[in-house]
Write a protein that binds this ligand. Structure first.
Ligand SMILES: [Zn+2]
Length: 399
């Protein structure tokens, strides 16, 4: 890689130093990653998510990087790090990542960080503690040389896996004044990044019926379960694969006993869509289904529990991707853009009009499962790719 870097012509001495220093950080990156993976940080585990944040705050302090913390009451705190730009006139570049994982407490003890055949394992190793480590080292690399041409702002958030209800407003505010946003979700196993994502709405439909003995007074009852069943069938019919619209009722619960008409039933609904217009159209239809009752004596409510905006490609985000792809080529890496139906915080930065690239973290796969892995050898190259992309973006004019 160092010969490849020597061949790149548009590098100033600072950028050369940034890439060279990152080239020596493999062991330090792995050591930090091991520590972080061994801290349980499920989204609802505030103490654990905060412990991961404190470990990063310590890293930032060691590297003389300005850090501030915004307290979350129920969710983990938000950690913001900042490296001044050498040219104050440039708008900042936003580096994004989340510290929470989908795993329960005790998971890190059951499957601690380990490396086997070039792959690292452990809860959140790819999604996305490796991406956070990458961002942290890129910040440190630029801090050592007096900053990039533009300020770098990093947000290490706490609740992405449950919809970012706490972090969203901070992401949107930072993104609104940023020139570009780079989200370090894992690169795909192929090495590709993510240039488009679906949006998602996560809802709870609660159906209220009337309890009655199903033997002695059947006609007095109204079954919330039967009503929910009608609604589920109707919701399923809204799925339109050709338009990228899907509905999944992934959780149901309800009823009181086998011989009682159900007084209560709940269904949790996952809607995915491509564009904001599709969202509004389908939400109207969902509300219609929820408020139309097939079984007399029942009623229902709908509550939005969480929501992600789609990452919709724009001309500006295309240019950002091309820049990244060209930079990857210069470093000897082949990177294509991919679309995924999974949602992420990149939808929020893109939603305020900021060109956003997602999945530009180190390479990993099988996320959200016990087989989740990280290609350890991708830590340094992806950090160098991010740093070189920043070097080239930072010098460009306003967006
Ligand atoms: Zn993630």
């Amino acid at each position: 890689m160092s010969e490849t870097i020597n061949r790149i012509r548009d590098l100033g001495s600072r950028e050369r130093e940034v890439l060279a220093w990152l080239g020596q950080q493999h062991d330090a990156m792995v050591a930090l990653l091991a520590e972080l993976v061994n801290i349980d940080s499920g989204s609802y585990n505030k103490a654990g998510v905060d412990a991961v944040g404190e470990r990063f705050a310590r890293f930032f302090a060691e590297h003389d990087i300005a850090t501030s913390v915004i307290a979350g009451e129920q969710r983990g705190n938000l950690v913001r790090a900042h490296v001044d730009g050498s040219d104050g006139a440039n708008a900042p570049i936003l580096l994004m990542g989340h510290r929470d994982t989908v795993f329960p407490e005790g998971e890190a003890e059951r499957r601690p960080f380990r490396i086997e055949n070039g792959r690292a394992y452990g809860p959140g190793v790819a999604d996305m503690k490796a991406g956070l480590v990458m961002h942290a080292f890129v910040l440190a690399a630029y801090r050592r040389v007096g900053g990039a041409a533009a300020p770098l702002v990093a947000l290490f958030t706490s609740d992405e896996e449950i919809g970012s209800s706490f972090s969203r407003k901070f992401i949107e505010a930072e993104a609104a004044s940023a020139r570009f946003a780079l989200n370090a979700e894992p690169a795909r196993p192929s090495g590709n990044v993510v240039t488009g994502r679906k949006g998602g709405v996560f809802m709870r439909c609660e159906v209220f019926g009337k309890a009655a003995h199903s033997g002695s007074s059947f006609a007095d009852g109204a079954s919330a379960i039967s009503e929910l069943a009608h609604k589920i069938i109707a919701l399923d019919k809204l799925t339109d694969l050709d338009r990228g619209i899907t509905l999944n009722v992934g959780l149901i619960r309800g009823g009181q006993s086998i011989n009682t008409s159900a007084p209560l039933a709940q269904g949790e609904i996952d809607l995915r869509f491509l564009g904001p217009k599709d969202r509004d159209e389908i939400m109207t239809k969902i509300e219609e289904i929820v408020t139309t009752n097939m079984i007399k004596g029942t009623r229902a409510t709908l509550e939005i529990m969480g929501e992600f905006l789609p990452l919709v490609p724009t001309q500006a985000s295309e240019r950002l991707f091309k820049q990244y792809q060209g930079t990857a080529q210069d470093l000897g890496l082949n990177v294509e853009g991919e679309f995924t139906g999974a949602c992420a915080d990149s939808g929020f930065s893109a939603g305020v009009g900021t060109p956003t690239l997602c999945g530009m973290g180190p390479v990993g796969g099988k996320v959200h499962t016990a087989d989740e892995f990280l290609e350890v050898g991708s830590l340094v190259p992806r950090a160098q790719l991010a740093a070189l992309t920043i070097a080239r973006l930072a010098g460009q004019g306003e967006r």
